[in-house]
Write a protein that binds this ligand. Sequence first.
Ligand code: ADP
Ligand code: MG
Length: 347
Amino acid sequence: MANRKFTTISKIGEFGLIERLSKNITNRHKETRLGIGDDAAVLSITKDLGHLVSTDMLVEGVHFNISYSPLKHVGYKSIVVNISDICAMNGFPSHALVSIAVPNKYSVEMIEEIYSGIKLACDNFSIDLIGGDTTASVSTLTISITVFGSTQNSKLTYRSGAKLNDLLVVTGDLGGAYLGLQILERENSIFQKNQLAQPDLSPYSQILERQLKPEPRIDIIRNLNQLDVIPTSMIDVSDGLSSELIHLSNSSQKSMKVFADKIPVSLITKKTAKELNLDPVVCALHGGEDYELLLTISLKDYQKIKDTGLYTPIGHISDQKNKVELITSDNKPVNLKNKGWDSFTKD
Ligand code: ADP
Ligand code: MG
């Protein structure tokens, strides 16, 4: 080891690290239909169903700050972020395992408060909590959750299925969760200096909720089923739109054209961005944690989704050279780079 050169993790980032760690990993079982590389792994255990498994971890100080995140919300969100990955495969969640590493500073009541959020999410989304693990931690609180789900084989939707001319569509609106976080950070630093500060956060309630208590888009998976639309590819928007577009483009080996003017941004997101001197489209592209779905659909399905009010077309799959091209509001093409949330490189 003496003469070996060491690479800092921030140099290659989260995705670079995953790529290095998952190199040369081979699957041995015929039931493993898809291993590493999508929002969830797919196992063929029964004949007609794709069984989905996904895991996500929330770490205090990285994913949440208990000085402004209510513990119940932390619990709720830990289930939601996992369900979102099952939805991204066009599946429905069914079971969860919850593992926690708890530092001494937490009381039993505090952990129960986190669990009340976990249980509420399990009730709301019809999930059986079937086990987990509990351990002490010498540093911060960590919650690691594994969620199981399923979908009919014919409805499985991967990141890799986008076809030329497909429409790129996003659900809901983007950038709100990131701006909610900026407001929470701002108010927290004011509070740290003056404990008597009594901020009025009510004008921001919508984006604060997007950050603290996101909802998974199971309603979209139900709606796609009702409309009889199977997306050609899909991913959830956890790390920011730009990052997810690049994932879809890489996995599908297709180029795409996206129009900045079409990206859905809510009024309060726009107002807050202005207040903080930020560009709302940049927040939508590079902020994270919106937990909306980004999907591609065949043009023939556009009629079915267009009047639902649930989907916004933002571009299409193209045959251009640039992988992910963003057309700015002043009509300039920009080659989009991955600047999404990356816990190893972001402050
Ligand atoms: P998401 O943002 O949807 O949770 P990630 O970017 O975390 O997805 O992960 C991408 C893929 O890499 C997934 O298939 C995930 O299971 C896999 N993965 C992430 N971390 C590891 C790891 N440490 N070892 C093996 N596979 C991993
Ligand atoms: Mg995902």
